[in-house]
Design a protein. Structure first.
Length: 316
């Protein structure tokens, strides 16, 4: 019998885990020819998430969990899940039921019958999201798709089902600074997209505020594009040309008309403006250097404090 592994990152999700558990049981009750495991990744939660996972794993051996020593982030949780998943097919999804579990059956059937390596999901609406958040999300996908050679699908979720071959390809990339949506696209493989309307959380509150999402977006751009560095070069070159032209104009004007150069307020404004451009360019370079610095340290992507029902594998 084929096996499906479900990877579920959790951070302070005590209210949603029991609801998710009941829904996933319903899904696999109808998939009688499939065995499964649900691998919860406790990302250093401070509530009763770990306690609930302990209880579930004791009464149901299909429920497994890893608990990190601290909060390492969702990207680390996804990577840990992929490393420890033992299924022939591996799914990643959120625990808040914004990723409808009933789609798993359809995903599996598509992979088996239509010769796909991956079935991924994307939202066609952002109903329920703050307008400002939706606006910046759409802008992000437009910007990164123009900057990067790796295509990022607007509205793409982390909810997807992959073959073992694709999972191994993703695991072969050991980088510390991870952006899973980009990595999923980077490895290629034949992917089909399932579209659905946005679903609200069943309980609890999102851990992703506007600023966290903004920083996450910057990480994605830096991870999959060097265009910002080229933009900094172009801006610097442009202002060098403008400065040279202005110098020539001032010299000619002074020699021909004897007009002294005056106006310290305008000079101060120009200095502030150019200083801002310089700091922007240095900041872009610094962002890339900081990522390189973190990669060279070779620190573990995550550290496991506790696990249950999990097959021990070599991991970071």
């Amino acid at each position: 019998m084929e096996k499906i592994s479900i990877i579920v990152p959790c951070y302070n999700e005590e209210a949603t885990i029991p609801l998710f558990y009941e829904e996933i049981k319903k899904v696999f009750k109808d998939m009688k020819k499939i065995t499964y495991e649900v691998l919860f990744i406790d990302d250093g939660s401070s509530d009763d998430t770990l306690t609930i996972l302990r209880q579930l794993s004791k009464k149901d051996k299909t429920i497994k969990y890893l608990s990190f020593s601290r909060n390492f982030g969702k990207e680390a949780a996804i990577y840990a899940g992929l490393e420890h998943a033992t299924g022939d097919y591996v799914a990643t999804m959120d625990v808040d039921l914004q990723d409808p579990p009933y789609l798993i059956k359809e995903m599996y059937n598509i992979i088996k019958k239509e010769d796909y390596d991956c079935v991924a999901t994307r939202r066609v609406t952002r109903r329920g999201e703050p307008p400002i958040r939706s606006f910046f999300a759409r802008c992000f996908y437009k910007i990164i798709n123009k900057m990067s050679k790796v295509e990022m699908v607007d509205g793409a979720r982390d909810f997807r089902l992959m073959t073992r071959q694709m999972v191994e390809a993703i695991l072969s990339m050991k980088e510390y600074n991870r952006y899973s949506k980009g990595l999923f696209s980077f490895v290629g493989f034949k992917t089909k997209w399932l579209e659905y309307e946005n679903v609200q959380r069943v309980a609890g509150a999102t851990k992703w505020n506007f600023w966290k999402l903004l920083l996450y977006g910057f990480d994605g751009i830096i991870a999959f594009s060097t265009a910002p560095l080229m933009i900094a070069v172009l801006i610097g070159s442009l202002f060098c040309v403008i400065s040279f032209i202005m110098i020539v104009v001032i010299i000619i004007k002074t020699l021909c008309f004897g007009d002294p150069v005056g106006g310290w307020p305008s000079m101060v404004c120009i200095m502030f403006f150019l200083s801002g451009i310089q700091l922007f360019c240095i900041g872009v370079i610094g962002a890339y250097l900081s990522k390189t610095y973190l990669e060279t340290k070779n620190r573990p992507i995550y550290i496991v404090k506790e696990m249950d029902n999990v097959t021990t594998k070599e991991h970071n």
